[in-house]
Structures are given as structure tokens and as C-alpha cells.
Design a protein around this ligand. Structure first.
Ligand code: GLN
Length: 267
């Protein structure tokens, strides 16, 4: 009888706890039975990593990063939410606690590492130049006296700044490409995989690489400095996705690119 009472009180206590959790927790956006929600910040202007469609893998958001974010949620039994904002605002949103993590084809840089913590990398990329098919630009130094366009806050802007060339910056990749298509600039410097997508979608453009000038970049997920619990969850999931080939699978699905750039082999 005593034992029964004890079991009963444990059950009642557990039930009470569950009620308390539901009442006080951030349950509004959490599906029943889930362990909470990861709010990811992104800038859905970066095909094939993140872009808006009518029905994507997370709400209206689709792409390689969005599939990865969804998988991180699934692996940790958590819901995922996407906050779409300007690329420049992402790390501030992280520092302010507006989002829990940032997944945005974001390159790990020393400057960014001062503000946030990065996960293990999940993808390799580099900067390339997009030019008109008949352009004479064949290496980075050919851009010196040309009209260069970059996207604000991207590593492409940092690369051109480091070269010491003047440039114009736009908020969106699509705006930058339109400048080039309309002949208002000579070259757009942007990440390789996104460049491939633009060249495919717009006639008369080609990609020029300069691997001596533009170093390998690694994409990773950012969390607030010191958020070790979330970082561990994310890293575990990334490791699994590299091992079971999920990242390559997502890359192939969204970019129709055979050499996906996934960093699984290099790690
Ligand atoms: N990889 C580039 C950077 O980190 C561009 C990322 C992006 O536009 N989403 O700056």
C-alpha cells in the first residue's frame, strides 16, 4: 500500500510538472511532445541555400540550409522556426536573443568569431567573379579599373575591400546581378554556389575563378557566445549529416550541382 502511494504521488508530481511546463514554457510555438523550439535567423536571398517559395521545407523557406536546420530540429526533437531578416542584422539578432542560431551560408571569419560562436563547418565555398560572357576579366587583379558590385556585408565585400578596389554594394544578390545583366557594372563578386545558380538563370553570364586570390571559405552555424548546449546539439547533428551523406543529398537536391562542396571529405 505504501509502495502504491509512493508510485501514485510520483505520477501526480510528474503530471503536475508537465502542466507547469506547459503553462510557463514557451509553448505557443512548440508542438506537443517536442523538446522546445530552435529559432533560426537567416536571410532568404541566397539561392540555393535559403530562399522563399510557396511551400518549403520549413514554412515558406526552402534550400540547403533550411533542410539542414529542419534536420537539426528533428535530431533534437525540437521545432524549428525561421526569422527572415537582412544579412547585416543576423549577428545582432543573435546577440540580442531575437534568434537562437544563424544559418545563412555564413562564412566563418575571425571578425565574426569575436562576436559569436560557430559550429563545425558544413560546407566549403569560395568567392568568384560573375562577368558577361565576352568580358576580358580573367583574374582578380583585372577588376582594378572595372565597375565592381558586391552585396553588403558579405565576405565578397571584404575581399574586394582588402584588394583596395572601389566598389558599389547592394542589399540583394538579385539586384547586383540585374546591374550586371543591364550593363551597369562589369563584375559581381559573390559565393561560388550562388554564382552558379545566377549564371544558370541568366543568359550571357559566366564565372571567373581566381583561387590564388580567393581562399577557401567554410560555412557554419552561429550561436550566441557561450551557448554551449545548443552548439553541442548542432555539432552532433552536423557530424551525423556529414557521415550519413545528408548534406551532400540536400546540396544535390537544391543546386543540381554534382560537386556539392560539402566539407564531409575534408573533415
Ligand atoms: N558567405 C558569405 C558571407 O558569409 C555570404 C553569405 C550570404 O549571403 N548568405 O558573407
Amino acid at each position: 500500500m505504501k509502495k502504491f502511494t509512493k508510485v501514485l504521488s510520483t505520477v501526480v508530481a510528474a503530471a503536475l510538472m508537465a502542466v507547469t511546463f506547459t503553462a510557463c514554457g514557451d509553448s505557443s510555438s512548440t508542438t506537443e511532445g517536442k523538446n522546445g523550439t530552435i529559432k533560426f535567423g537567416t536571410n532568404a536571398e541566397f539561392t540555393p541555400f535559403e530562399y522563399v517559395v510557396s511551400k518549403g521545407v520549413i514554412g515558406e523557406f526552402d534550400g540547403i540550409d533550411m533542410a539542414i536546420a529542419k534536420q537539426i530540429g528533428d535530431d533534437n526533437n525540437k521545432d524549428v522556426k525561421i526569422e527572415n531578416m537582412e544579412f547585416d542584422s543576423l549577428l545582432v539578432a543573435l546577440e540580442n536573443g531575437k534568434v537562437d542560431a544563424v544559418i545563412a551560408g555564413m562564412t566563418v571569419t575571425d571578425e565574426r568569431k569575436e562576436k559569436v560562436d560557430f559550429s563545425d563547418s558544413y560546407y566549403n565555398a569560395k568567392q568568384v567573379m560573375i562577368v558577361k560572357e565576352d568580358s576580358s576579366i580573367s583574374k582578380a587583379s583585372d577588376m582594378a579599373d572595372k565597375k565592381i558590385v558586391v552585396i553588403q556585408g558579405y565576405t565578397g565585400e571584404v575581399c574586394v575591400k582588402d584588394l583596395g578596389y572601389s566598389y558599389q554594394s547592394f542589399k540583394k544578390g538579385t539586384e547586383a546581378i540585374m546591374e550586371l545583366v543591364n550593363g551597369k557594372c562589369d563584375v559581381v563578386v559573390i559565393d561560388s554556389v550562388t554564382a552558379e545558380k545566377y549564371v544558370k538563370d541568366n543568359k550571357g553570364l559566366k564565372i571567373v575563378e581566381d583561387n590564388k586570390q580567393f581562399e577557401n571559405e567554410e560555412y557554419a552555424i552561429a550561436v550566441k557566445k557561450g551557448n554551449k548546449d545548443l552548439l553541442d546539439e548542432i555539432n552532433k547533428s552536423i557530424k551525423k549529416m556529414k557521415e550519413d551523406g545528408k548534406i551532400n543529398e540536400f546540396a544535390a537536391k537544391y543546386s543540381d550541382v554534382t560537386d556539392s562542396g560539402s566539407s564531409s571529405e575534408s573533415k
